[in-house]
Design a protein around this ligand. Structure first.
Ligand code: ANZ
Length: 807
């Protein structure tokens, strides 16, 4: 008998599939129902694919093959998110052009993906760093520009000193650069911004229309941070100046004991003349510039400086309160000014304690009112409460509003002081300018008068110049390109200059899924027909880490493109699932620095792609973390061997029992794949494989087994299939139908009790009647002895489950 030699088999079929263009699809075939399954495309790093990729790409590959066998026309593309910092940093170190490194890495990724048997048509890939692709990234940018969805402003942005570039809020983690982990500072830099805030409400609302994990939806909502509140004007005493605060608790207005301006608030400078301690204040403001937003928000030790000589009038009761500058108030949220109510807000409370400011209670909890209890007070100290209560309740110490419910009072008090009900968002416009080289050039040129003009379509792609020095100096590398400046003057005239920033790479990945249906189109980003047919994406699978922002940005792109008539749908990904992480044997996340990374190549080399694919899927539910365990890969290898060996003992007939088992498996595996429960589908096939050896199995039923296994283990099944004399690929076969009657459980375990105690379990046919069961039970030796000499008083019968004989 020929041994199962996975190495030869896998190489042989991978070559054959390639030669026969096995994974090509007709994208214009409108007759078949379409299904678009999308992977999060990788950044082609020098390290190659990691096990996380292997896991998620295997899952989509299985689903793709299954859907195809079900008769769908399935689009299952792969590409490369190939602009970005690592290639540029590598270029800085080695002098090798990022284009070269990227190309080399992509080739390696493709080789790895092929060796795993992943069915991608790489001729239909998108590679974001190619002019062919970024032409359309730039084209969309110019469309946004013409429709006022992108604009330029000078703003304080997050700046990474080490990468010498601006970063979006989303790229700052705990005050550090997401990439290099160095501290991020605030810097005033001119740059381009996408108007994502225009879509804040839709970005929340439309989540109702997609099938996504709840926590991912929640995360999007939290990031957008919609907050309903009021804007209330406070006047400065003896001055015509005033400022507005944003508050979500207008009901607490009578409890204001001071106000705070953010250090960056322009009013501070305007009040300079009247401020008695300007030096102290200036010193403080300078210091806060060094702090990150996170430090300011989370800092336990509150700091600030009172504006001596200034008083503020509370519009509700005309009381005079002091004004402070404190860094816990942020400049770019709300109005950059707050009314402080220490009795009902934690941060104000901490501040008031430190600066010895009055704490005035104006809300009493309902429970406190009715039960005289102080359930929700965090630190109450007796009846003249100086604690803090942040909940809803009833107004006290609030003039004519006393006794009013706090929710009701929000509106009433806002109206009373002539304020305005407003909504605030945490979401900021998306800053997309990067002072880096390896990205798509922003397709903007400036007239000699400084007016920004979009590069016309005929000059797109607006190519990335090659004559630059990558070493970062703080000015954009493109500013050093002679070619870019000459090109600009040649096309637009003397005195015209190019924009020298490049686009954030998140821009590239915000629309790549729109390109896959038509990646070679030179006239449109995607033909209208193909767009209409293929989009939106039916199923998107990818990791949870680092993808929140990508998801938000992609959703924004689709909404913005919808708004300007480029698309006819508003959500890109109808269904989304995340795969878990791959951990090492000890349950530790794999990472280069820990040295516990497992290389997929090595595993494929040792066990074969089929065994590795199956193990990854068998190790647990897709969304759970997988602990890599080499011994268990051996287990899936053995399973494949059992399938392999079965071909040597085929009979003319399949035993009735095995036939039932096979149909049950078809049913279970189909249902499980639909629900992405690959692990339980494999468990079913493993249990089936154990039964193959001892029973007689005919070729026709064996082929059914091969077909349901084919999406999981595409090589071995193809080899056996062809060995059985089949001319066409197994992957072009239809998914088998199961016989409903055979797939049903024939026998059930029926429990027999005597006086409620389990005495016997009978394996009986589901069709046996109640009378018949009672007879069989009483004949059983295990039961007889309990009934001897006794009178049966009652029989309790539960259909399909148990009989309880009471004596
Ligand atoms: C008075 C007050 C009393 C507040 C109270 C809360 C509780 P969210 O829900 O996140 O929108 N705030 C407003 N602008 C701020 C800024 N620029 N920096 C820091 N804090 C700011 O939070 C809104 C609340 O955060 C506002 O409501 C304001 O404090 C504070 F018992 O006003 B509140």
């Amino acid at each position: 008998m020929k041994e199962y030699n996975q190495k030869d088999i896998e190489k042989k079929w991978q070559k054959k599939w390639e030669e026969t263009d096995a994974f090509k699809i007709d994208k214009d075939d409108l007759k078949k129902e379409k299904f678009y399954i999308l992977d999060m495309f990788p950044y082609p790093s020098g390290d190659g694919l990691h096990m996380g990729h292997t896991e998620s790409y295997t899952s989509t590959d299985i689903f793709y093959r299954y859907k195809k066998m079900r008769g769908f026309n399935v689009l299952h593309p792969q590409g490369f998110d190939s602009f970005g910092l690592p290639a540029e940093n590598y270029a800085i170190k080695t002098g090798i052009h990022p284009k070269k490194t990227t190309q080399k890495n992509i080739e390696n990724y493709i080789k790895q993906m092929k060796s795993l048997g992943l069915a991608y048509d790489f001729e239909e890939s998108v590679i974001t760093s190619t002019p062919k692709y970024y032409k359309w990234t730039q084209w969309i940018f110019t469309k946004f520009f013409k429709n006022s969805l992108v604009y330029k402003k000078t703003d304080t942005i997050n700046w990474c000193e080490s990468c010498k570039t601006g970063l979006a809020n989303e790229q700052v983690e705990g005050g550090r650069c997401e990439r290099c982990k160095n501290e991020v500072v605030q810097k005033e830099v001119p740059g381009w911004f996408f108007k994502i805030t225009d879509f804040a409400d839709d970005l929340i609302e439309d989540l109702k229309n997609v099938d996504w994990p709840e926590h991912t939806k929640k995360n999007q909502i939290n990031w957008i941070g919609k907050s309903e509140g009021s804007e209330i004007k406070f006047k400065i005493k003896d001055s015509d100046k005033s400022f507005k605060v944003f508050t979500t608790r207008a009901d607490t207005l009578f409890g204001v004991t001071y106000c705070v301006l953010a250090p960056e608030n322009k009013l501070v400078e305007e009040l300079k003349e009247s401020i008695e301690n300007w030096d102290e204040l200036g010193e403080y403001i300078k210091k806060t510039k060094k702090k990150t937003e996170m430090e300011r928000m989370e800092g336990k030790d509150k700091t600030g400086v009172e504006l001596k000589g200034i008083k503020v009038i509370n519009p509700a009761n005309n009381e005079e309160v002091p004004l402070f500058v404190a860094d816990y108030v942020l400049a770019n949220y709300g109005t950059g000014a707050v009314m402080a109510v220490p009795a009902h807000d934690v941060r104000d409370f901490e501040f008031a304690k430190k600066f010895n400011l009055p704490i005035k209670k104006v809300i009493e909890s309902h429970t406190l009112q009715t039960l005289s209890q102080k359930g929700q007070y965090l630190s109450s100290n007796g009846s003249d409460d100086k604690g803090i209560y942040t909940g809803k309740g009833v107004l006290v110490n609030s003039g004519k509003f006393n006794g009013m419910d706090s929710e009701e009072a929000k509106k009433a008090i806002t109206e009373f002081v002539g304020g305005k009900v407003t909504t605030n968002y945490r979401l900021r416009d998306w800053s997309v300018s990067r002072q880096r080289y390896w990205g798509a050039p922003i397709p903007i040129v400036y007239s000699p008068e400084g007016e920004a003009v979009a590069v016309p379509e005929e000059h797109l792609p607006w190519t990335l110049p090659e004559d630059v020095d990558f070493v970062p100096t703080g000015t954009a590398p493109l500013a050093k390109s002679k070619e870019l400046y000459t090109r600009t003057e040649k096309i637009f005239g003397k005195g015209w200059t190019p924009e020298t920033d490049t686009l954030d790479t998140f821009v590239d990945s915000s629309w790549y899924f729109l390109r896959y249906p038509d990646p070679h189109n030179e006239k449109e980003f995607c033909s209208k027909d193909r767009l209409k047919h293929w989009l939106p994406v039916d199923l998107y699978i990818g990791g949870e880490e680092h993808t929140y922002m990508h998801l938000l940005y992609a959703r924004f792109f689709v909404k913005a493109m919808y708004k300007i008539g480029l698309l006819n749908f508003k959500e890109p990904f109808l269904k989304l699932r995340h795969q878990g992480m791959v951990l090492d044997e000890k349950g530790v996340k794999m990472s280069k620095s820990k040295g516990n990374v497992i290389n997929p190549d090595e595993m494929v080399e040792r066990f074969g792609a089929d065994a590795v694919r199956m193990y990854m899927m068998f190790a647990g539910p897709l969304e759970d973390d997988v602990m890599w365990d080499e011994n268990k890969v051996v287990g899936t290898y053995r399973f494949l061997e059992k399938i392999w060996k079965a071909k040597e003992n085929l009979s003319n007939d399949t035993s009735a029992e095995l036939k039932r088992e096979i149909h049950k498996s078809i049913k279970k595996v189909s249902e499980d794949i639909e629900e992405l429960r690959f692990n339980t589908a494999i468990a079913q096939m493993m249990s089936l494989a154990n039964k193959l050896k001892s029973a007689s199995l005919a070729k026709s039923e064996y082929e059914l087994v091969l077909k349901i296994l084919a999406p999981f283990a595409p090589h071995i099944t193809e080899e056996i299939w062809s060995g059985l004399g089949n001319k066409n690929s197994i992957h072009k076969e239809s998914w088998p139908k199961y016989d409903d009657i055979l797939a049903r459980d024939k026998k059930i375990n029926f429990v027999i009790q005597v006086n409620g105690k389990l005495r016997d379990v009978l394996e009986i046919d589901t069709e046996v009647s109640e009378e018949e069961i009672k007879k069989i039970a009483k004949k059983s030796d295990k039961i007889k002895k309990w009934l001897e000499g006794k009178e049966i008083k009652k029989e309790i019968f539960v259909k399909g489950k148990l009989l309880n004989i009471i004596v």
